[in-house]
Design a binder for this molecule. Structure first.
Ligand code: FAD
Length: 375
């Protein structure tokens, strides 16, 4: 059992306070926002129910260039130049035009946190009334509020839609000891009717899981079956809901970043680089506001528009997500084989990376205005 580092008992004092910026959620999205505020000269408070890096939220796979650009290579576990896709009728081995890497969650969060300048407190967020965020340790009032709390969108206005009715996928994985050289996925209805299975090696550990685009389909049994088929033990489970539709990135004066805004890519369930990307964008807008260059309402509007300008790419990926389960396995195998040409892969994966490109990291304070090309 991992040791829970979150403060308990007498260490858990009241937290009634005011600050300039309150960032709720200290995973990818929240830490990216805080990073951009390091020289803003503002009082930034970051809160999470767990200590930073304590609770891994994913298989931790990301295009390597994102780790390079953000100076996070210290967390890298393993790098892959190819993607192996298994279906019942074929296996294809796609050579990628860029590499993908797995990383250590705790190490990455620690490195990213070191790039920011903020106060951190553990607290569970329960809701919000206007500028006051209610936590289990008291109310925190802030001029600017960021919800980076994941799919629950805790600080949204009105009723929150819960699974299985919400636009969510579900994913579960196990982390047995072991090693491998390939990043592999399975598109196979015997595991999941709509979705895919994966095995991502990460040094001395494998991350084996199944994701279902249908939130009603339970993934525990198929995850254990896939692990068994790979001669790996089903140990150290971690799972969560995964949004697969964009939601408004600004609402009632609050910034929503990462999964809380549905920033996870619908077809692949890749949500780390997009959480970082939109986190940087939100942080840059806030930095301009704190510097007195833009008004708060303008900045929120600009951030919302920046998020919305990616809607076409998200819609396109959602359409593919819905189409693939309808394609017969034989036709799918033929199509996957037909897409093996170097030219096609460069084009397809190039466009895919373009949705949240690592060049955005170095793009500077006004980068949130950069328009991205979409497929
Ligand atoms: C099994 C699985 C595997 C995945 N693998 C990958 C992958 O390999 N690559 C990839 O790109 N994406 C992957 N994803 C998707 C990815 O995990 C998410 O898109 C990503 O974590 C979103 O980042 P975030 O910072 O927005 O939210 P999260 O990472 O979910 O972070 C939310 C933070 O808010 C905190 N929090 C939540 N509620 C409260 C509360 N009420 N009070 C206080 N704190 C709270 C949490 O503790 C957490 O720290 C995977 C998802 C799953 C479920």
């Amino acid at each position: 059992m991992p040791t829970r580092a979150t403060k308990r008992g007498a260490d858990r004092t009241r937290l009634d306070c005011d600050c300039d910026v309150l960032v709720c959620g200290a995973s990818f999205a929240g830490l990216a926002v805080a990073r951009e505020l390091r020289e803003a000269g503002a009082e930034v408070l970051l809160i999470d129910r767990y200590e930073i890096g304590e609770r891994q939220t994913s298989a931790c796979g990301i295009p390597t260039a994102w780790l390079e650009e953000l100076d996070l290579l210290g967390s890298l576990r393993q790098t892959f130049g190819e993607l192996v896709i298994h279906t019942p009728y074929t296996t294809v081995d796609y050579r990628l035009p860029w590499t993908f890497s797995t990383f250590d969650y705790r190490a990455l969060c620690g490195l990213l946190a070191d790039q920011g300048a903020f106060t951190f407190e553990t607290a569970k967020v329960n809701g919000r009334t206007g500028r006051a965020v209610h936590t289990d340790r008291g109310d925190i009032r802030a001029e600017h509020i960021v919800d980076a709390l994941g799919w629950r969108r805790v600080l949204g206005a009105g009723e929150n839609i819960q699974p299985p009715d919400a636009q969510l996928s579900r994913g579960l994985e196990v982390h047995p000891n072991g090693s491998g050289s390939d990043m592999e996925i399975w598109i196979d209805r015997s595991y999941v009717p709509a979705g895919y299975g994966w095995s991502f090696p990460a040094g001395d550990e494998l991350r084996i899981g199944v994701g279902s685009f249908d939130p009603r389909f339970h993934v525990r049994d198929p995850t254990e079956r896939l692990a068994g088929d790979l001669d790996a033990s089903a140990v150290r489970y971690q799972g969560n809901w995964i949004p697969h539709a964009l939601r408004d990135a600004a609402e009632d004066g609050v910034y929503f970043v990462g999964d809380s805004a549905g920033h996870c890519l619908p077809l692949t369930a890749e949500g780390i680089r997009t959480a970082l990307y939109f986190g940087l964008a939100a942080g840059r807008e806030l930095r301009e506001v704190l510097g007195g260059r833009w008004g708060a309402a303008d900045a929120l509007e600009r951030y919302a528009a920046f998020s919305a300008c990616h809607a076409a790419a998200f819609r396109w990926m959602l359409r593919c997500q819905r189409l693939i389960p309808r394609v017969t396995p034989r036709l799918l195998a033929g199509s996957l084989r037909g897409m093996q040409s170097r030219r096609f892969l460069d084009w397809a994966f190039g466009h895919y990376l373009e949705i949240a490109h690592p060049r955005f990291v170095a793009a500077g304070p006004r980068a949130a205005r950069v328009q991205v090309a979409v497929p």
